[in-house]
Design a protein around this ligand. Structure first.
Ligand code: GLA
Length: 394
């Protein structure tokens, strides 16, 4: 049974009758641009053929009932009481339900009037693995709610509303990359986003290369704390540099030359974090050029450099990620690779010659098993279309 059929069946069993609509929003892989989106940098992600789905039906009152197939739990909250983050009985909302409530809260902040509803949610984006399950579920909820409210907002605003839900309601101080990717995804394309101007461009990936995800099976814990700490370290680096470069507002404004001249004003470890960000932004620009020129070897090499810098300077990798990255080396089809998303655990993305991609996936899983004794899922993935309403009675 497909995920959508199962979702409709469980919706029917829980709430009776059919949903009014089904929305679908993809996860993403970030080819390069680690931890630069919240430094006003440029990033190069792609939406992928892994999704969150939401089945929704409006209610005549302000109650929201949510059934999560993946957590096997249900919850209820009221749209008139979103600030408190509690359920109908006054108990704190479980984390999985904060995404629905947070999106409702952020849309309401845009003066959009929302109906209560019955919702069922499921997904095949692995949670805590670096592929943006959070953003995909936020975007799927937001699209469903906008459709139920019979309104639309510009797509960039949709991405920003979902980011605001994540930052201000769920409490992760993330950048815009993930929600942007889920909204703007384009089949077989990567997306180059300037996180300052919000200008973006879709770049074809080319048919001679393939994307391979390597899932170490490890999952992030305590990521919110780690992630928010890194963000604070970047802000400290900016404040330190402002003492000698008063015009800057973000690490985006600091050239390699200026960093070399003034780095010592930044305390350790914020100095290493800043060095990573400044060099990584330059790498993303070079990666976009490489993609435009069809120089896949160069792009792969830049991804490897990104992994090394994220590991050594940003200290955002982890043992399983580093082992997978090491064992992947040496295969003739491998162009390059790095860990996905925030890091610490989860998945890597490899850029691979299409002809040898299946062999690379099997060989890498085998080598990982040999090195660690652990099974890893290593599989091909395609760049996908952004979020959409799949079925609607409206
Ligand atoms: C997470 C965040 C993104 C981005 C990446 C790191 O995925 O949600 O905004 O900061 O980490 O590049």
């Amino acid at each position: 049974m497909s995920s959508v059929d199962l979702l409709v069946e469980r919706f029917r069993a829980q709430f009776g009758g059919r949903p009014d609509l089904i929305s679908r929003a993809p996860g993403r892989v970030d080819l390069i641009g680690a931890h630069v989106d919240y430094n006003d940098g440029v990033v190069l992600p792609a939406a992928i053929t892994r999704y969150s789905w939401v089945a929704a039906r409006a209610r005549p009152d302000s109650v929201v009932n949510v059934l999560s197939l993946d957590w096997n739990e249900q919850g209820s909250f009221d749209l008139t009481n979103l600030e408190k983050k509690v359920d109908q009985n006054g108990r704190p909302l479980p984390e999985w339900a904060l995404y629905a409530a947070g999106v409702a809260w952020a849309l309401t902040q845009q003066e959009i009037s929302l109906p209560g509803c019955d919702l069922a949610v499921t997904g095949d984006v692995p949670v805590g693995a670096g592929m943006s399950s959070s953003a995909s579920v936020e975007v799927a909820y937001a699209l469903a709610w906008l459709a139920m409210a019979s309104t639309t907002i510009p797509p960039m605003q949709l991405a920003q509303v979902c980011q605001h839900a994540e930052n201000a309601y769920v409490g992760v101080n993330s950048g815009l990359m993930d929600q942007f990717s889920s909204v703007f995804g384009k089949e077989d394309h990567a997306l180059l986003l300037d996180c300052r101007s919000l200008d973006w461009e879709a770049l074809p990936l080319g048919s001679n290369v393939a994307l391979v995800v390597a899932d170490t099976g490890t999952r992030r814990t305590l990521t919110t704390a780690h992630y928010n700490t890194r963000r604070e370290e970047c802000e400290l680096a900016v404040r330190s540099l402002q003492t000698v470069m008063p015009g800057i507002t973000a690490l985006r404004d600091v050239s390699a030359e200026a960093f070399a001249a003034h780095a010592e004003v930044i305390p350790i470890p914020a100095r290493q974090r800043a060095q990573h960000v400044i060099e990584e932004i330059a790498r993303v620009e070079q990666a976009a050029d490489a993609l435009r020129q069809g120089d896949t070897a160069r792009l792969g090499h830049l991804m490897d450099e990104s992994h090394i810098s994220s590991r050594d300077l940003y200290e955002a990798s982890g043992p399983a990620l580093d082992t997978m990255w090491e064992v992947s080396k040496g295969h003739p089809a491998r162009l390059g690779g790095r860990f996905l998303g925030a890091g610490w655990a989860g998945c890597l993305i490899f850029f691979v010659d299409a002809a040898g991609a299946e062999d690379f996936a099997a060989a890498t899983a085998g080598r990982y098993k040999k090195a660690t004794g652990q099974e890893a899922k290593v599989y091909l993935i395609r760049a996908a279309q952004g979020a959409q309403i799949l079925e609607s009675d409206h």
